[in-house]
Design a protein. Structure first.
Length: 313
């Protein structure tokens, strides 16, 4: 496990150089990692990302903001790699990570913590924001625009210049200097809403672009190095064509599933036929027959029915 962890850390360092991120930023990341140790009990929370986000400009923006002590809000459409990127950042900075998935029932107690009865007495059970603040972690606030505004108000003092948490009935805790909050937000999902100005003003906002053909090919080959580059390009083009159809309103966003594309390639590698794997990973994600037909037509336009596993790997 330790060897695997060292290998992944080296991959992340190499990535910064491969993307030609400014050398001074890479050096500042190294100094920051060296400045803040991680408690032994929390080291298992340091992510070792299997998937790498590609995009030099976005990397430089995010790293600069984090080095300045800012919190990030990553906004964009589905399949732009927001969660992958957030995990990559925690891995590069070597900080323990807490994931918080927001929903309409999210409240202050689930974020900060609550009282619980244990061993015959009332004890405080810390929430993920409290733990990230205590141990210098990165808290990933997924789908932040799903939560009610009153639940998010508890984070105002955490996110602004005060950098503290007030726990009713307990102490006022200052945030560890390495603590950062990284929020993600999709456009147009059912149940989402606009964030209020007071909350948005506490983040540095990065608009995540749609993935390019070249970066998608790199991502596919990172995941499946045995895959032929020519076929990786074809699968990438299928995804990008579906993306265009979603943008033009020909398809719903259900068809735009990067995880589904990668899952389909994994199934093909295991021996599932190409079209069946793509049905399982992408086509069947929508239950509208017209959309399914349009997706299959898009796939057939790039990938022949005669293609087999041996032609791909």
């Amino acid at each position: 496990m330790k060897n695997k962890k060292r290998k992944k850390q080296k991959t992340l360092r190499d990535l910064l150089e491969q993307l030609e991120i400014r050398k001074e930023l890479v050096e500042e990341i190294r100094k920051t990692r060296d400045s803040f140790s991680v408690e032994e009990t929390q080291k298992n929370r340091i992510p070792m990302p299997d998937t790498i986000y590609y995009g030099r400009e976005i990397w430089e923006q995010a790293v600069s903001a984090l080095l300045c002590g800012k919190n990030l809000l990553l906004v964009g459409h589905k399949a732009t790699g927001k969660n992958i990127f957030a995990e990559n950042l925690a891995g590069v900075f070597q900080r323990p990570k807490w994931d918080i998935s927001f929903h309409v029932a999210t409240d202050a107690a689930s974020l900060i913590g609550m009282d619980t009865f244990k061993n015959g007495e009332v004890q405080f059970r810390p929430g993920p924001i409290y733990n990230a603040a205590k141990y210098g972690g990165f808290a990933i606030l997924d789908e932040i625009n799903m939560a009610k505004s009153e639940a998010m108000a508890v984070l105002h003092s955490t996110l602004d210049f005060r950098r503290c948490i007030d726990v009713p009935g307990y102490e006022r805790m200052k945030l560890h200097p390495a603590t950062r909050l990284i929020a993600t937000m999709n456009y147009g999902y059912f149940g989402t809403k606009e964030l209020n100005e007071a909350l948005v003003s506490r983040f540095v906002v990065i608009k995540m672009p749609m993935i390019s053909t070249g970066n998608l090919v790199k991502l596919i080959l990172d995941q499946y190095p045995a895959m032929r580059k020519k076929m990786a390009v074809e699968f990438a083009e299928v995804f990008l064509e579906l993306q265009k159809k979603c943008e033009h309103g020909e398809l719903s966003s259900k068809a735009l599933d990067l995880r589904g594309l990668l899952d389909a390639i994994a199934l093909i590698e295991k021996g599932v036929s190409v079209y069946t794997a793509l049905d399982m990973g992408i086509t069947n994600k929508t239950f509208d027959e017209y959309e399914q037909t349009l997706i299959r037509d898009t796939i057939r336009a790039r990938i022949s029915r005669k293609v087999e596993r041996k032609d791909i790997f």
